[in-house]
Design a protein around this ligand. Structure first.
Ligand code: ADP
Length: 218
């Protein structure tokens, strides 16, 4: 079933979220108080509205509580972001995802019931740094302070060997979730599946174990 999304704030972050959701075939209502911004999105959303998302009556007239997800991507103006989130939660929107500017903003959003708080610049900074320190790390997703998922490039050391031969889980405590091989994704690989040179291995585990595998196992 197609989900209904609304994106508030069409800056770089909100704009990318809006375009991507629309590209994936979802219904997206694009909201911004700036008319020029809104006009930019007429071809990249289902509906566009010029509106101030900190006005309760405006949000009500948009029927915002019927949306499955509302993404609050108001950038600089922390006060507006907080007020908008508060109104959306009070109005009963089930899933409100909000972009936070800093840790204080995050704390307030948590208190007023934001369902998910994202820090795109911070997260992307971490991912880029991980990639910079090791050519083998293609991508990195932090699951918690302790656990991550990483995409690692298969080197000569593991090429043409099977998972059972390498015994990665026993030796390093990490689990290979999938291989990416050109356009193909091999999900839940079997113990006998061979790794090819330059496959991308998607691995989950404790950060220390992942580091050990990346440094010693690859
Ligand atoms: P980014 O850092 O993701 O580029 P910006 O701060 O540039 O974010 O963009 C935030 C967007 O949110 C702007 O287009 C701005 O017009 C919009 N915005 C700010 N306040 C409101 C509001 N109260 N209602 C609706 N849109 C808003």
């Amino acid at each position: 079933m197609r989900k209904q999304f609304a994106v508030v704030g069409l800056g770089r972050f909100g704009g990318s979220v809006c375009k991507e959701l629309y590209k994936m075939g979802h219904d997206v209502l694009a909201i911004d108080s700036n008319e020029d911004k809104v006009n930019e999105f007429t071809n990249f959303s289902t509906h566009t509205v010029i509106a101030n998302a900190t006005e309760e009556s405006t949000l009500q007239s948009l029927g915002i509580r019927n949306f499955d997800y509302v993404i609050v991507a108001i950038g600089e103006n922390i006060q507006s972001s907080i007020l908008c989130t508060l109104l959306l939660k009070e109005m009963g929107v089930r899933n409100v995802w909000v972009k936070a500017q800093n840790d204080y903003h995050h704390k307030v959003l948590e208190k007023i019931g934001a369902d998910r708080i994202v820090h795109p610049e911070k997260d992307m900074g971490i991912r880029i740094a991980q990639h910079l320190v090791s050519e083998k790390i293609i991508d990195y997703i932090e699951l918690s302070d302790e656990y991550s998922i990483v995409e690692l490039l298969a080197t000569e050391k593991v090429a043409n060997r099977s998972l059972i031969q390498l015994d990665i889980r026993a030796k390093y405590g990490c689990t290979i979730l999938a291989f990416k091989r050109k356009e193909q994704v091999i999900v839940s690989p079997l113990p006998d599946d061979l790794i090819h040179l330059n496959d991308i291995l998607i691995v989950i585990g404790h950060k220390n174990d992942l580091k050990r595998f990346e440094e010693e196992g690859l």
